[in-house]
Design a protein around this ligand. Structure first.
Ligand code: 5GP
Ligand code: MG
Length: 191
């Protein structure tokens, strides 16, 4: 993927070493992903389950490109991570309030990395016997997988770099950036 120049006009964007995905590219890709999802589900209602907080920007933009009727309910996961690496087993901090039995469920996450988070969420939700259970991620770092897991819908494959922006944070910063990029090494020193 070609790396774009970092714009100094957006606050915090100058903390990036490079931009991996521009906001224009995100917008274009979400349009095609939305169409792909609508086609897959036909006229069925979809119960959308975003994993918060990281996926809220992606979910909000994606859902505006999906034509199906939807229901929406979030889950929150705690992953025992320091700022850039995950350790151990993900824990469910906030579970569903909607009943998903016999429903078509689509789980949405910002990024698929080791695969531990999504595979754990899939395992938990399967117990509630949905009619179908699929997953959608904006970003996929294929090279980092520790468990055997692939998402049904993927926005972009990216290299093994810690990224921020468009919902993704570093110590809660940078979520509001309109693009996705790699932080300068000297900016990865926050507590
Ligand atoms: P996994 O369980 O697949 O290793 O990790 C998934 C979660 O780790 C994502 O939902 C995200 O919160 C976090 N994560 C993984 N890689 C990155 C990254 O490059 N940047 C940020 N900000 N979070 C990441
Ligand atoms: Mg996350």
């Amino acid at each position: 993927m070609p790396r774009k120049k970092v714009s100094a006009k957006v606050p915090l964007q100058t903390d990036l070493e490079s931009v991996l995905v521009t906001s224009a590219a995100i917008k274009r890709r979400i349009k095609t992903l939305g169409a792909q999802i609508s086609k897959t589900y036909g006229r069925e209602e979809i119960t959308i389950v975003p994993i918060i907080n990281g996926s809220i920007f992606f979910t909000a933009d994606l859902l505006r490109q999906v034509r199906n009727p939807i229901r929406l309910d979030c889950v929150r996961i705690f992953s025992y991570r320091n700022s850039t690496k995950s350790h151990g087993k993900p824990k469910l901090l906030h579970s569903l309030t909607l009943d998903i039995k016999d429903r078509h469920v689509l789980i949405i996450d910002d990024i698929l990395d080791t695969g531990k988070t999504l595979s754990a969420v899939v395992k938990m939700l399967k117990k509630q016997k949905p009619a179908t259970l699929r997953t959608c991620v904006l970003l996929d770092k294929k090279g980092r997988r520790e468990v055997d897991f692939e998402a049904d819908f993927v926005g972009f494959e990216i290299p093994d770099k810690f990224v921020v922006g468009y919902g993704l944070d570093y110590a809660e910063r940078y979520r509001g950036l309109p693009c996705i990029g790699v932080l300068k090494p000297e900016k990865q020193k926050l507590a």
